[in-house]
Design a protein around this ligand. Structure first.
Ligand code: GLU
Length: 440
């Protein structure tokens, strides 16, 4: 998508301003050195939300000029992460395909005597005693002195530009209006300002995002949550939940509403609600969002996602009746087997679980006999259980606990009358009788 070099050069020389009236254009500019973690993708999300809110464009720029650190598969992983979250980019650039543009710009700096050769590399000559300032959209005025900046390399001896040089040339050439990126690039920005000035270009707005921190207020570690979006999706988190969770890490909507679709985030997003302080990654919060979005899925959509995650394992009509009982009780699709497998097969009865069934073997066995006589539907199971409790002076909740242990091998179960009516009378009574025997 790069433009003809001739026109490129004349444009560079003619123009003193980067604003060509193309409106809002932002870029997500990952280096393909590995799979981006969720915090990095948040930068992509904020860029996307801002661009789309403004009716602007969101570019994906692969910054692949550091050949030593390049991991070729990571380009696909970066794209997969964005696609999973539905963050569609409008344009795509690869810096390694733009070397002629950087070379043209190196020539300009040479002519201006602002670049000199050093051991096969090219350095930018930094003028000392300059004040370098910008008004950061998040942090307000930021000041640096050029005295702390050494002459820095702009083109390496392998002919590839450095990050600083390529990033500035591209942000200008691609008419980027806002550079939104992590805080760790604040200390690079003064170098960028020197380059913009050297070319006579107006610089874009800078929006530096505070990093997401781990629970100990330290850098987010892999264990603390710095996994990739791909891994989270594999673990059963819904893209809708991940997007919703990430959007609220460092940005606050108006009011206290928390649940937003991607489109709703697009219409709500604004730069003035970005937070100056680092947000803290909280896995429970992600789980909560996931639970909320799982609840909202239609049984059919849930069924589709379940089958994507566990191909064939639950592909049956029964699953459509199981889903409404389980959907609101799990934090992720990955938890479905834990709560739902007993619908499909008898669970193991471990000793501690058997002990947790409160009633005696004799009572449980009698309960099974009484249940046998009733019509097998949730209302009758409920009525039959209440009646048994009354006649035998036991607590209804103890009956349900024993029924739960027998049928699910667990005290945590979906609602029992509905669940056992799906499991079926014969199978349920068999499980209850087995528990009764084991209690003796
Ligand atoms: N390639 C840089 C990174 O990986 C981009 C920084 C920027 O957005 O300017 O984070």
């Amino acid at each position: 998508m790069s433009k003809a070099i001739g026109s490129e050069r004349s444009r560079v020389i003619e123009t003193l301003s980067s604003s060509k009236g193309r409106g809002i254009r932002v870029r997500y500019a990952p280096s393909p050195t590995g799979i981006p973690h969720i915090g990095n993708i948040r930068t992509a999300l904020f860029n996307y939300l801002f661009a789309k809110n403004q009716g602007g464009e969101f570019l994906l720029r692969i910054e692949d000029t550091d050949r030593a650190r390049l991991v070729p598969e990571s380009v696909d992983k970066i794209k997969e992460s964005l696609i999973l979250l539905n963050l569609k980019w409008d344009e795509e650039e690869h810096q390694s395909k733009r070397l002629d543009i950087y070379n043209k710009h190196l020539e300009i700096l040479k002519v201006k005597k602002l670049a000199y050769e050093d051991q096969g590399a090219w350095r930018f000559k930094v003028e000392k005693g300059k004040n370098l300032t910008w008004n950061d959209v998040v942090h307000g005025p930021v000041k640096f002195s050029s005295d702390v900046i050494e002459d820095f390399v702009i083109v390496k001896s392998d002919g590839f530009p450095t990050y600083h040089f390529a990033s500035v040339v591209d942000d200008h050439d691609l008419e980027i209006s806002h550079v939104m990126r992590g805080d760790e690039w604040i200390s690079s920005t003064p170098k960028h300002l020197l380059l913009y000035e050297a070319f006579g270009w107006k610089h874009p707005h800078f929006v530096h995002l505070p990093p997401i921190l781990g629970s100990g207020h330290t850098k987010l570690s892999k264990r603390g949550g710095a996994k990739s979006v791909i891994e989270y999706v594999e673990e059963g988190y819904l893209p809708e939940a991940i997007v919703n969770f990430l959007a609220l890490l460092g940005w606050a909507p108006k009011g206290d509403r928390e649940l937003f679709t991607l489109d709703e985030l697009v219409s709500e997003f604004s730069l003035d609600r970005l937070n100056k302080n680092s947000p803290i990654f909280n896995l429970e919060k992600l789980q909560w969002f996931n639970q909320q979005w799982l609840k909202k899925l239609s049984p059919n959509d849930f069924y589709k996602k379940l089958n994507d995650k566990f191909p064939h394992a639950y592909a049956s009509k029964v699953t459509l009746s199981v889903i409404p009982l389980v959907q609101g009780r799990i934090g992720s699709i990955a938890d479905f087997p834990k709560l739902a497998d007993s619908f499909y097969k008898k669970p193991p009865l471990t000793n501690p679980v058997i002990k947790a069934a409160p009633l005696s073997g004799a009572t449980i066995s009698q309960y099974a006999k009484d249940l046998e006589k009733i019509d097998w539907n949730p209302d009758m199971i409920r009525a039959g259980t209440a009646e048994f409790a009354r006649v035998h002076s036991v607590e209804t909740k103890d009956l349900y606990r024993s029924l739960g242990v027998a049928t699910f091998g667990n005290l945590v179960t979906p609602p029992l009358p509905e669940s056992v009516s799906i499991i079926g009378k014969e199978e349920t009574l068999e499980r209850v009788s087995e528990l009764a025997k084991k209690k003796k």
